[in-house]
Design a protein around this ligand. Structure first.
Ligand code: N1C
Length: 301
């Protein structure tokens, strides 16, 4: 009698243990399945949305730092409010579709950062960024857009936002070939337009003669800047076509068809035109790195 009740008790105990084990195993299976399910659901969101690299890390710090360097050390007479410029710049693209940016978005920051540029100092460039900026670094008689506050702050940086967030998108931004109206394109086009409109007197442009076409219609120089020079203020455009000093390969030059096309556009806008291959003071900068090249000899044939 006693043995019977104790064996029923241990049987009950075994059933309870079995039940608990089943519940535990089922629980573990449910948790595991849930983990796999959520990870699968999350993975598409982890993939970058755009093909281009994301906004430059520490964008705010870099832009603010550059702005303060500019207004305190480069051009201390300007008296601009860097924090306000940064906030206004950010508001142009934050919470917005990075394929739908318009000039209107940037209007406030462009107005805030604007100031006049002296006559005869404008240097435009296309596919010669490095050489043009080496030149303006040692020759302050000419200024590029990067020597102005807007260009100085944004040079070499990437930025974009997203319509579903108030954060800067550090993961990916649209490439130029994904959509034309992306934050960088619109910014550079608009800043370049304002820079060209402000030019007066003689305007210089440095082009690259070591590529197939020194003048390209679709470049910002060709599609924006030359069309926004004001013929009432600008009387002469001086083109410098530069060639790589090594090897001396020349694909295009002042006598090439692309420069002829540029000449007819500029003259058609009632602005006089001149062109010079390998302007010596720019070539001497190239010679610093390659003094042994024939073009760098003092007595050239
Ligand atoms: O398309 P580009 O040259 O002809 O544009 C250059 C032209 C210059 O005269 C500048 O005034 O347009 C202005 N500009 C910049 O200042 C600038 N800084 C950095 C245009 N673009 C600028 N960038 C970046 O270089 C920008 O990302 C853009 O796409 C390139 C254009 O360089 P490019 O093709 O050599």
């Amino acid at each position: 009698m006693v043995r019977g009740s104790s064996s029923r008790g241990s049987q009950k105990c075994r059933c309870l243990l079995l039940g608990l084990t089943v519940i535990l195993i089922l629980g573990a299976v449910v948790v595991f399945a849930a983990m796999i399910f959520t990870r699968r659901r999350d993975s598409p969101a982890e993939l970058p949305q755009w093909k281009g690299r994301g906004s430059t890390p520490n964008l705010k710090e870099i832009m603010l730092g550059r702005c303060f360097t500019y207004i305190r050390m480069v051009n201390p007479e300007l008296g601009k409010d860097c924090l306000k410029i940064w906030e206004t710049f950010k508001n142009a693209f934050i919470c917005k579709n990075p394929c739908n940016i318009t000039e209107k978005d940037y209007q406030p920051v462009m107005e805030l950062a604007a100031y006049p540029i002296p006559c005869n100092k404008t240097l435009l460039w296309s596919k010669t960024s490095e050489l043009a900026h080496k030149y303006t670094k040692i020759q302050d008689n000419l200024l590029t857009l990067e020597n102005m506050l807007l260009g100085y702050m944004a040079d070499g940086l990437t930025w974009c936002g997203s319509p579903s967030s108030s954060e800067i998108d550090y993961q990916s931004c649209p490439r130029w070939d994904e959509c034309a109206n992306n934050p960088s394109s619109i910014y550079w086009k608009m800043a370049s337009k304002i820079f060209a409109e402000a030019a007066c007197g003689v305007v210089h442009a440095m082009l690259n003669g070591s590529i197939s076409h020194a003048f390209v219609n679709s470049s910002i120089f060709g599609s924006v800047e030359i069309h926004h020079l004001n013929p009432k203020k600008v009387h002469l455009m001086k083109i410098w076509v530069m060639h790589d000093i090594i090897g001396g390969q020349s694909s295009d030059s002042c006598s090439g068809s692309s420069i002829k096309q540029l000449k007819s556009i500029v003259e058609g806008r009632n602005i006089s035109f001149s062109c010079e291959d390998d302007h010596r003071s720019v070539q001497l900068i190239q010679c610093v790195a390659h003094p042994e090249e024939p073009a760098c000899k003092i007595c050239r044939n």
